[in-house]
Each structure stands twice: as structure tokens, then as C-alpha cells.
Design a protein. Sequence first.
Length: 225
Amino acid sequence: MQIEKTLDAIHASITQRWYFQVFTVFTRILLAVAFIPPSYKKIMHQPFTSLPDSHPVGHYFNALLQTGFYYEFLGWGQMIAAILLLFPRTAHLGALLFLPIIANIAVLTTSVGFAGTWLITILMCLAATWLVAWDYDRLKPIFFGQRFQKAQGVPKAFILLPLVFGLGGASLAVLFWLGRVGNLNNYVSVGGIMAGMGLVFGLVVALHLKFMKVGELNGQPGSTS
């Protein structure tokens, strides 16, 4: 594939230059260090900012603090991304985890007008993008890898799977009726709708299964292609 060869050549040319190597290590460590203090505050369930609720940023973070373990979950996500970035063997995983987190923060700080911080977070987002691109060779199977084995077929999948999911939808409607879930007035109509949705869902599952590939990637050790 021509685009793959072109990207390989560009990546090799950049990653073999010592100044880019130093810059990448510097960026990894800098981003990791930048994430540790705010992640620690979240893990310890401490307020992230002292701004009052009258300020959009203060209102957001004060509300976020009240979400309980979700606040701590965000902190652990940041901490894990930072730790992964510190080690060469796991730095590509750290970059992959770091990028969506910092992208979300960049959009947030920009949308609420967090003075000065929005620019810093955008620069951090660009730096994380660089780190992901740096490990292109470790990540490119996501985009270019092709499996060569087909999924094991289910006999009469386009009949059996829609039937199974259709019955499942109807059965779920019965459970809703027994438990009075949702306080619905007409469970018969709901059962019909859910059965129909199950049939369509099963058809999509069967179609996806037909074209799904499994097993090893083409060109990898052990492949037969």
C-alpha cells in the first residue's frame, strides 16, 4: 500500500534524528509530570480549584467534585497515563491514553474561558498528538493491519440470529411487564416493538459476522499469507 510506505519513510526519517529523539523524551516526561499533581488531587478527592461557583470554571469543577468516585476515576486515568509515559516500553500506551484526556480538557478550558489555561492545554494536546505519531510504527496495525481468517460461520445465521434476538426482545418486554418497569401502559405494543428491534439487531449482527475477520494479521509471524 503506497500510503503505508510513504508514512513509513516519513516516520523513519524523523525518528532517526537525535534532536527529535531528545525532544520526544522531553515531551513524554514533561506531560507525565504535568498530569501527576492534578491526578493526585482528584485521587485524594481534593478540590481542583478555589474559584467560586459564580465563575464557570469554579462551577464546573465544584460540581465535578460532587460526583464521588467518578472524580477519583478521572484522577486514576490521568495518573496511569502519566506513569505509562515514563517508561519507553509503555510510552505508546501512555500517549494513546493521554491524548483523549487532554483533548477533552482542552475543549473544556476553551469553552468555559479558563484564562491562559486553554492555550496551555491546546499545546499539551498537540504534544500528545506528536507522541502518538512518534509511535506510529507500533500503532500502525490499527490502521493498516488486515486479518486473513474469516469468522466461523453460524448455520443459517441470517435466520437464526434475528430469531434469537427477536425472541430476546420479546422476553425482555415480558420482564418489563412483570417488574412494571417504566410504568408503561401498553406492554403488548412495547413487546412487539422490542421484538422487531431484536430482529433488526440480529440481522445486523449476522451481516457483521459474515464479513468479520479474525486471527493473525497478514505479514505477521505465523500467518499463512
